[in-house]
Structures are given as structure tokens and as C-alpha cells.
Design a binder for this molecule. Sequence first.
Ligand SMILES: C[S@@+](CC[C@H](N)C(=O)[O-])C[C@H]1O[C@@H](n2cnc3c(N)ncnc32)[C@H](O)[C@@H]1O
Length: 667
Amino acid sequence: MRSIILQGDVYACLEEIDEPIAVAITSPPYWRQRDYGFVGQIGQERTPEEYIGRLVAVYDKLREKLREDGIFFLNVGDKYLGQYGKSHLLQIPYRLGYHMVKTGWRLEDIIIWHKPNHLPSSVKDRFGNTYEPVLVFAKDKDNIYQKGLKNVVRIPLQQTPWKHTAVFPEKLVEEMLNRVKLEDEDVVLDPFAGTGTVAVVTQRMNGGLFPKRISSIMIEKGDEFVKIIRERAHIEQTKKVDDKVYVWRPSVEQMLPKGGSNEILEDKHGEVFISQTSAEFLSALRGITSDRFKHFHREDALYFFGVKNWSLEDLYYIAQIFQEGYVLRNMLVVTENGNWFPVFLFARDSTIVAYKFYLDRIRTRPKTEEHRDWFKEDYIGMRVSDISGKKNKEGWVIKVLENYDNGFPKLIVVQWDGYASLEIALNPESDESLLEGLVFKCPKCQAKLGELFDPAGENLCPKCGLQLWDQFDRIPLIEEPVITQVTSKLKGGDYMVGEVLKIEQLKRKKSTTSKFAELDRVNWGASPGARKTMLGDYFSKMRLYRIDQPTVAQYLTILRRHKKLSVQDVIDKLPSEYKHTVGHWFRKDFGGSIPIPEDVTLLKQILDVHNNLFEILEKSALKFQTVMASGKGRNPGDFIECQDEQELIAYLRKLYVPPLRYIQDRS
Ligand SMILES: C[S@@+](CC[C@H](N)C(=O)[O-])C[C@H]1O[C@@H](n2cnc3c(N)ncnc32)[C@H](O)[C@@H]1O
């Protein structure tokens, strides 16, 4: 048989096939991903259920055409469905797989295709997506799939000259073909051929030292794609096939089973639970539906549920948790000796609170930093970007006044447009959690508090039982940690960190013995073009402390009430453009926001009560940002290599343990 392109609708084309297919490999259009621009295309269905139902019908037809011992590799991506607050991961590949099994397929394996060069992700409250599954189906237990191989493959995305971006990397197709035993005269099929990668790779097997005669059938409806396949895979024979009406129904999803459960109640902020068996996992899942479970945890809790010996049911039922008021945010793939298991991240689907996700604690530092000799680098001229205020500002480093022991600049003078300021830089080699290193103490017994203000909790001092956070004399005292010793040392001098150093001011101070006297030697007029760009590195100006928003809102509320002011009173005292902003400062739910430093200065004047929260909120620091040459996103991906389960648990816990307890845990 010779290779052929069948041009037309996938279902009608499948019906045309009369030779038994040994292997089918495909990647169908993903749901709501892109418009291929022709009538009858798959992927534009109104609901995931319609999409799944339609594909199940198409693959039923495919199964008819597959040889008894044949194999079907199905690569399909997932999708988040946006809701008001958080979007829910739909688990489309596994729901599709589940329904395919119900109609007679046998699931042999799920291969995880990890894409080391995936696009960088900007999401801050979940892991970025870095892999896709390839489901391996068979008709019969006796088949040509080589069992026992590792089911994680690492294959970079491949650049292609076609505007069509969903092209299979050739390596991925090779990998699949290597997992089946092919014989002369076997036929390989791609029912959604796109640019014909499957045909190209299949043909390569026909060359070489031990050539095989394997032909391919490519089904594709789009004219442009058919043209590409013809040229790329040199397939001359094209047969046009007329559309045909076929029956399909939207998939009907199962409810999460209710009933007896294994309850995991350890930490009200979240749980990590890795079960060994599927039965244990499903039992734990049932547990999340109980009132006891829901009441034990805070509304902003995070859950990581994993299963070592997973089954397709586990991957299916996790998608149903939205019926119980949860949102699935990630399916993490954890690898262990070349095989993988899933760990699901989910949270309460709440309009009231946003969950905490301390991403910075696990963010991987770029490797380049570890080997850099900070003493040897030149920081003068480096860009400084400030996006913390109302207007984005750009400046550059004109002087380094003090360094850390490792040579990295600590105290820096920055030239902005028309003025200069003194800034403290954070050490890129020290722990980033210093940013959240404030200490809160009971105003009565001075005991260190392990937790911040909890909008849903009791808020009692763990030592003396004092009711905290409800009135002026019961708000915790805030102490600043080590890092600010630098700033307090400076306070004794002439300037404070972040303070504007006006040029005239500098000149005036020149006559004194101030340690900044030498500043006037700097060439203020240096053109921005003279600024240095070093490996794309720059500093960004940000808040020195990462503070919990509801806690700030509670402080501000108490201080406001202490002054007998309503929110409206505060609005009235501010310029009219603040009308829509002020309310958010006092909100403790997901609509709340922390005032930006310049607004804190205004608030401090209006509320006019002493509390060092204001100074804390005004403090800023420069954070060193390094852009890696590869452009790799720095957010952690959903693919985790792991050797040790305890390590994995500790890693995941970092994401929800409240800042104060986290610091204490480590010290
Ligand atoms: C994700 S792409 C496949 C890409 C392919 N794996 C490659 O390497 O180029 C899916 C293809 O399915 C085609 N397609 C969509 N709906 C179809 C339908 N109803 N019948 C036939 N082809 C269809 C689209 O034109 C598109 O080229």
C-alpha cells in the first residue's frame, strides 16, 4: 500500500479506510484553543462535554479500523475554565480517556511528555504548565506496545516554519513509534494530521540500514495543511472525502462518590496527603465533601492530594470536585525513577477569600547567580525599574555606597528623572523570605505570635489568651527583623533609605562631613544611553516586606475606628481620584488591596495615630532581577523531579504555611 492523504472530515475519512491500522498517533485540536477556520472543525464545541462526546464517537470509529493488536497514541492538552475568581483545570485528557474506556478501549499507559522549553508562565497562584500527557490505548491485552518502559519523556518543543503552532516535535513521534513493534507493510494513521509530522517520521523508518515498508494514512480537512503535508511528506495521493452526518452525544459525567472516608485534618491552612493506593485516594477525596473537613480548614486553605499507584478513575474523579465547591488548580506530575504519579493542587472555590500561595519560597533561583562573583560585576549604570507607584519610573544606579560580604551592593544611589534616591538592595544569595520576616507580638504578654490576623478565626494570643486584632490596644506590636538594621543605622545619618536626594539638597550637604558628600562628583547629566546593560540584569523597586493583605486591612480598620472615622470620611479627606480605591484598603476578602507606598504616606497623615505599620508599608528595597539567556520562566512548573517523599511534602507545605510559622519552622 502507498501512503495517502484523506482530505475531509475525520469521521467520514475514517470510514473510508479499509486496511487494518497497526498504529494511530494523533493530537486532535484542543478544546477552545484555536480556530482552524473551517466548518465542522473539532475543538469549537460549546462545552467540554460536547468536545469529549464528539471525540469519543470519532475514536470509536477509529477503534473499528485498528488491528486487534494495534495501538493508539493520543496526545491531548488540558484547559482551564475561567470562573469569577479562580479557573478550574478541566482534566480533559483523563475525562476523555475515561469515556473512551467505557466504550471499549483499554488504557495501556499514560506517557508524560515534559517540555523543558515550555513558554514562561506569569501565573502567581499555581504552577505553570510544562507537560502534556500521551494516552496509550489498545483494543486487546495482547498488543504491539512494549510494556515496562519508563513513562516520562523529556522532549523540547520544536521550532517550525509553519504558522500552525501545535506541531508535534518529530522526536515525540519517534519516541512513540519506538514503543511499538512494527513490521513490513504495517500502516500508521494520524486522523488529525496537521502538518503531517507522523508521516514524515514514519517515512524515515523506511530508509536506513534495515528499511521497513511502512505506509501512512493522513486525515486532514484544512486545505492549507493538506498542501503542507503533500510537500513535507511527499505524499502524492490525495483523496477527497465528502462529509457525513454521524451521531455523538455530550459526555455524561459521574458525581464524586459520597460515603465513608479517610479524613485528613492536620493543618487548617492546608494539607499535603500522598496516598499509596487508588482506593485510599478516592476515600480521601470523598472525605473532602464532609462538613467536618470543610469546617476544620480555613476558607483559604490549599490542598495537595497525590496518589502513588494511580488509576484512570483517580484522574477522572478529581475533576468532579468542583461539584463540591472546590477548584482544581494543577495536576502536578511528580517523577520518581523515570515513572510518575499525580499530585493535585486544589482550593475552595470561594468568592470570599483568595488562597495564599507563597510562590517565592519555592521559586528556583537561576543557576547563573550561584556562580557569579559579585565583586567582579559592575553595577553602575544598571537599570532600576519602579512599578510600585502610580506611574512607572525608570532610573539607573549611579553609586554603590556599601556592599554585602559576598560583594553584592547593599546601599545604592539611584538617579531618577530629575532627582536621586538612596536605596537598599536585597542580597540575591540570601533567603528571599526575609521579605516576610516581620515579628508580631502580643501587646499584653509580648509573646511571639505564630499567625497573622485570621478573618475566619478566633485570633487569641496563644500564651495569655488575649483577644487580639479587635481594638486599638489589642493590635499586635510589629517588630522588624535584621535586614532593617541597615536602614536604622542609616537613620542616624543624614538620609533615610528611599528618601529623595534632591540635587540641591546634596549640594547643601556637601559642606558637612556626611558620608554622602562625595556624591556631587557623580556626573548627574550622564545620558540614559550611557547606562549599562549587563546580561539583561536590572533592579526592581518593591515593598521591603511581603505582608499579608487581610492583616494590613485589619490594622487600618482598627486605626481608622480608633480615630472615629468611617471609610467615607477617609474618602472625603482624599483627592477625588481615590473614590474607588479607598474601600479596597479596608477589605479583608479577595477584593482587598494594600495601599501603595505613596498612598500610605497620605493615609498616615489622615489617620494620624502612631503605629509603625505605616513605616513598614512605606519601606521599599531593590530586588535584583536577572533575565536568563534562555528566556526560561522562573516560575516553577507542574513537573517535579523527586527522590524523597518527605522532601516533596516539605516542598509543597511551603506554599501554604503562614509566614510567621514558616520562619519559626526553619529557625
Ligand atoms: C493539533 S492539529 C494536529 C497537528 C499535528 N500533530 C502536527 O504535527 O502538525 C489538529 C488538526 O486537526 C484538523 N481538524 C480539525 N477538525 C477536523 C475535522 N473535523 N476533520 C479533519 N481534520 C480536522 C485541523 O485542521 C488541524 O490541522
